[in-house]
Design a protein around this ligand. Structure first.
Ligand SMILES: C[S@@+](CC[C@H](N)C(=O)[O-])C[C@H]1O[C@@H](n2cnc3c(N)ncnc32)[C@H](O)[C@@H]1O
Length: 279
């Protein structure tokens, strides 16, 4: 204990390691190699929300109360997302990836860490406009079952539609964005046909294995929360899952630079973090 009665930083680091180890052993969710600063912030947030005073108390509750684990999971799996997020990425995808996808009679795309699905619906719209949707299957996965359920509903906040319309236009959208949704259930309900070729499933990038072969993998704004060794582990999983010349898309703050995969991927677009497997 420090002089003011709160656990010192080192002791708290020990508590955090024990909590993460317990969560892994009890529930199989492996956050042990997530970037420590943001992890600590989120654990504190959950600790205060549960009116607890120490990480050890939080560990006790999480291990004995699965509903507390669910709440913690929501805190740890930062779900921020948007339709046509980073519109320039979609411009690059249209210009550089679509022509390659056209060369295949049928393609499989994996959206890993899809959160509540905005990225998946955006991709489906783009592929539909490029007449590629009918010969594509999209696998949309996330560690968090709750966000997957929301993604399946295809209902997004109506008050976001103005922002998403702007994103869609900047992303090179070819129609009126409002053609894709109707106001329903207090939100914007997106056309069900957009998920006709989508398989939603829970999948943990840290502990689950490869499950198919893909022509493209989008994993944007997910690995930013992982430390370097975990990033390498997940990149290995993507490498196993990509066909030769398959495409990998990372988030704007993520990169293959200084990873074990740097030399085996060609940079298709460095600003948009678009890569192609070449070895
Ligand atoms: C910030 S969101 C990114 C959503 C979307 N890809 C985008 O760029 O807008 C990060 C998502 O990664 C998911 N995630 C975090 N750790 C994961 C893991 N180990 N396996 C699978 N998904 C994970 C979270 O649940 C969250 O939905």
């Amino acid at each position: 204990m420090s002089s003011n009665g709160t656990p010192g930083r080192e002791l708290e680091d020990v508590e955090i390691r024990l909590l993460l180890e317990g969560v892994y052993r009890q529930y199989g969710f492996d956050f042990r190699e997530y970037a420590p600063a943001s992890l600590k912030r989120r654990l504190h947030r959950r600790m205060y929300a549960e009116s607890l005073e120490t990480i050890s108390a939080l560990q006790d509750r999480v291990l004995h109360d699965p509903s507390c684990m669910e709440r913690l999971l929501l805190d740890l799996s930062i779900n921020v997302t948007a339709m046509f997020r980073d519109p320039t990425f979609y411009v690059a995808f249209r210009e550089q990836v679509v022509p390659m996808l056209r060369t295949y009679p049928f393609t499989r795309i994996w959206v890993a860490g899809c959160s509540t699905g905005e990225e998946v619906y955006s991709l489906a719209i783009l592929l539909d406009e490029e007449q590629l949707y009918d010969r594509t299957r999209i696998y949309a996965t996330d560690i968090n079952q709750a966000v997957i359920e929301r993604a399946r509903t295809g209902v997004f906040p109506l008050d976001k539609m103005q922002e998403y319309t702007q994103n869609y236009i900047r992303a090179g959208g070819k129609r009126a964005f409002s053609e894709y949704y109707t106001a329903k259930y207090g939100g914007a309900l997106f056309s069900r046909s957009l998920i006709d070729n989508v398989v939603f499933a829970q999948h943990n990038l840290v502990s689950d294995r490869a499950f198919n072969e893909f022509n493209a993998i989008l994993c944007r704004n997910v690995m930013i929360y992982f430390d370097r060794s975990l990033q390498n582990k997940v990149l290995e999983l993507f490498d196993e899952s990509l066909v030769m010349f398959g495409m990998l898309a990372l988030g704007h703050k993520e990169s293959l630079k200084f990873t074990a995969f740097e030399d085996r991927y060609e940079e298709l677009n460095s600003n948009e973090r678009l890569y192609r497997k070449v070895a």
